[in-house]
Design a protein around this ligand. Structure first.
Ligand code: SF4
Length: 234
């Protein structure tokens, strides 16, 4: 059967390959936090989200316990998502600056967002084996998103995970190193460029390590690479 983004999403949502992560997500969904105690948590793995014809692929690490694990959409319902989607909106990749729930009307244009690991991990840290196990889903999305020419890795783990994926696909040589740094980018050949940014975690945004202006600079470089103007989609 031919693969599709819908099929990947359905398989992600039903995935039970990582017992530690599945148990954690269910536990968080059952216990909740006080401010969301009246909400029904998603509590399942979180699929990728966005435009099937995207030229920009944004790679994050994993859903947040009370963000994606609550709302069922990546970078949705937490401060990291507020920060990221406001920036994507300013750069012309999102129709609105907020991301609060699956039915909030958010649409991405020319952009697809996907995490490396699809289940919220304890302490926001999936293990190497959990990331490796989950990479199959990102690899399948990568093959289906045929128009991607820019990849934005949010954090070093996302960059390393995406590079590992391309190596597994035979697209990159095994040994060459790809350094991480905010604003760093790498030419991967065939018009594909890998961009890096600090992750929009509260740890980075509250301390000023990542500011809106710093993320805007990276997205402006991506827009230049794609030959886009920030005000609109294709
Ligand atoms: S992290 Fe990925 S592979 Fe592991 S259970 Fe969740 S969806 Fe499945």
């Amino acid at each position: 059967m031919r693969d599709s983004l819908g099929r990947v999403a359905r398989e992600v949502v039903g995935c039970e390959r990582c017992p530690r992560l599945r148990a954690w997500c269910r536990r968080v969904a059952r216990l909740k936090v006080k401010r969301f105690r009246n909400e029904e948590y998603w509590g399942r793995p979180v699929p990728g989200f966005g435009d099937p014809r995207a030229r920009l692929l944004v790679v994050g690490l994993a859903p947040a316990a009370h963000g994606g694990n609550r709302t069922g959409r990546v970078f949705t319902g937490d401060r990291s998502g507020d920060f990221l989607f406001a920036a994507l909106h300013r750069a012309g990749f999102a129709n609105q600056p907020t991301s609060v729930g699956r039915e909030d009307g958010l649409r991405l244009a020319d952009c697809y967002v996907a995490p490396l690991a699809r289940c919220a991990p304890p302490a926001n840290k999936p293990t190497r084996s959990e990331i490796g196990r989950c990479r199959e889903y990102l690899a399948r999305e990568w093959r289906l998103l045929c128009e991607v020419r820019a990849v934005l890795a949010l954090g070093k783990l996302a960059l390393d995970g995406f590079v590992a994926l391309l190596r597994e696909e035979g697209r990159l040589p095994p040994r060459k190193a790809y350094a991480f740094g905010h604003g760093v980018s790498h030419d991967l050949g065939e018009e594909l460029r890998l961009f890096a940014s600090y992750h929009p975690s509260q740890q980075n945004t509250f301390t000023g390590k990542l500011t809106p202006a710093r993320l805007d600079l990276v997205l402006a470089a991506i827009n230049r690479h794609l030959g886009r103007h920030a005000t609109g989609a294709r």
